[in-house]
Design a protein around this ligand. Structure first.
Ligand SMILES: Nc1ncnc2c1ncn2[C@@H]1O[C@H](COP(=O)(O)OP(=O)(O)OP(=O)(O)O)[C@@H](O)[C@H]1O
Ligand SMILES: [Mg+2]
Length: 446
């Protein structure tokens, strides 16, 4: 992939371009905005790394012009350490990511590799672009990032088909929302959407919950009851947390799916059911199946089609839009907004609890806010604290970068020191000294 590095400082430019060339990228450089635009007009460049503060045109201004030339261009902006507001501004301009100086090179590389993957997906998608449906969705869902747009495009395609869909993703990424969307976009939209949370039902009640029971079939079964399968007839059955489905029930579920027939507990009579199955999990079903916790035949049944929900930290562009979305939901007409520094802090936070965590943060801040503006100090402790620790002092961050680069080079070279030193362009003696300093040792003890 071609990458254009734009920076007025030769040292920084050489550092970045040298690093990226070593990683196998085709790197072009420019020392100011004008040069950068010249190169950009002549070469097909999918990714630009821009210094924000340059004499003449700033990174923002250059990016605006590049976007006008090619709206698909991706940009990573390098901002001065601690410059508030810039993050928000550059994200609005369409920079996919920003890095503060000094740039954390391994993290930068990771981001670039991610972008490369997204670009590949987009190229695939672009081929069928004409057929892409932009009609309004029956449900509100924020999807500004390329990752979420791809999810929606897959959702639209799978919704029409009768096959089972498995939605996989970390907690709070929107799996349930997507399950409902699939139902609403499907030909079954007018029929029921019935949810079963496999993690929440006691094992001894599971069978009756799914398939129903006859009156008197077990202690406490005072009346006949229809199960979720029957209730979902002609509609969609959503098995949430399917990884928690008890092992002894799995053959029964498999049979119901294969034969499209069920028996209520305590009854011999079979009842035909026609359901479209959508399941969700945050667990690795393949690994569970390897450990004997999930039947392989059932796995193939439930994941004919698969949707992967990207974690929020990999689609930070969605954060400001999600904030607006939740503000509207929770302010109930009160005029409350977030200060730019507050959004800045949120964009930098990695959100282990994903969209749900962001929703809780907004809800909480709105509820507790005294005035019309929410400042970083109004955010929960862990969100503010994260920023403080992630920055650290200059030397701490440099050491962390150095350590990570060394580790990655050692791993890449199979812990052969000559090769690692070559990759890092340092002498073996320096390599050994630093390995000792950072306590880097191969597990095999080399
Ligand atoms: N893209 C989005 N746009 C708007 N709201 C969203 C989006 N993604 C998630 N949400 C909201 O975030 C909350 C969590 O989403 P949801 O319950 O679908 O996540 P989940 O993946 O099922 O989580 P879990 O694994 O914990 O069950 C919900 O309130 C949902 O409406
Ligand atoms: Mg859920």
């Amino acid at each position: 992939m071609k990458i254009l590095v734009v920076d007025d400082e030769a040292v920084q430019r050489d550092l970045l371009s040298g690093f990226l060339r070593n990683q196998g990228y085709d790197v072009l450089t420019a020392a100011n905005g004008e040069q950068a635009l010249d190169v950009f007009r002549q070469e097909p460049v999918p990714l630009v790394i821009l210094d924000h503060r340059m004499p003449g045109q700033t990174g923002d201004e250059v990016l605006v012009q590049m976007k006008a030339l090619n709206p698909m261009v991706r940009a990573i902006m390098i901002t001065a350490y601690g410059s508030v507001n810039t993050a928000v501004t550059v994200m609005k301009l369409g920079a996919v990511e920003f890095f503060e100086k000094p740039v954390d090179l391994p993290v930068l590389l990771q981001k670039i590799q991610q972008l490369e993957q997204q670009l590949e997906v987009e190229e695939d998608v672009a081929v069928v672009e004409e057929s892409i449906d932009e009609s309004p969705l029956p449900l509100k869902i924020v999807a500004e990032s390329a990752g979420m747009k791809e999810v929606l495009s897959v959702v639209r395609r799978v919704a029409e088909s009768p096959f089972a869909v498995l939605i996989h993703g970390e907690t709070g990424t929107g799996k349930e929302l997507v399950a409902r969307l699939i139902h609403l976009l499907s030909p079954r939209a007018d029929n029921p959407f019935i949810e079963v949370n496999c993690a929440a039902i006691p094992e001894n009640l599971f069978e009756s919950e799914l398939f129903g029971h006859e009156k008197g079939s077990f202690t406490g079964a005072a009346n006949m009851r229809r199960g979720r399968f029957e209730l979902a007839n002609n509609g969609t059955l959503f098995l949430d947390e399917i990884g928690d489905m008890p092992l002894f029930l799995q053959p029964k579920l498999l049979r119901a799916l294969q034969e499209k027939k069920i028996n209520r507990v305590g009854s011999e009579a079979t009842i035909g059911v026609d359901v479209r199955l959508v399941s969700a999990t945050n667990r690795d079903l393949k690994a569970l199946s390897g450990e004997g916790q999930f039947r392989e035949d059932l796995l193939f049944r439930v994941k004919v089609l698969e949707i992967e929900m990207p974690p929020l930290r990999q689609r930070k562009e969605d954060i400001p839009h999600l904030v607006d979305f939740f503000l509207e939901r929770y302010t109930c007409g009160r005029n409350i907004r977030l200060a730019p520094e507050t959004i800045d802090t949120l964009v930098k936070y990695p959100f282990p609890g994903n969209v749900r965590e962001l929703e809780n943060v907004v809800q909480r801040s709105v509820t507790l806010s005294r005035g019309p503006v929410i400042y970083p100090k109004d955010l929960p402790e862990e969100v503010r604290h994260h920023q403080a620790t992630a920055q650290g002092t200059l030397s701490e961050r440099l050491e962390a970068v150095e350590r990570e680069m060394m580790l990655s080079a050692l791993e890449k070279s199979g812990w052969v020191q000559t090769k690692a030193a070559e990759l890092l362009d340092i002498s073996e003696r320096v390599l050994r000294y630093k390995m000792k300093k950072y306590g880097l040792k191969n597990n095999a003890g080399k």
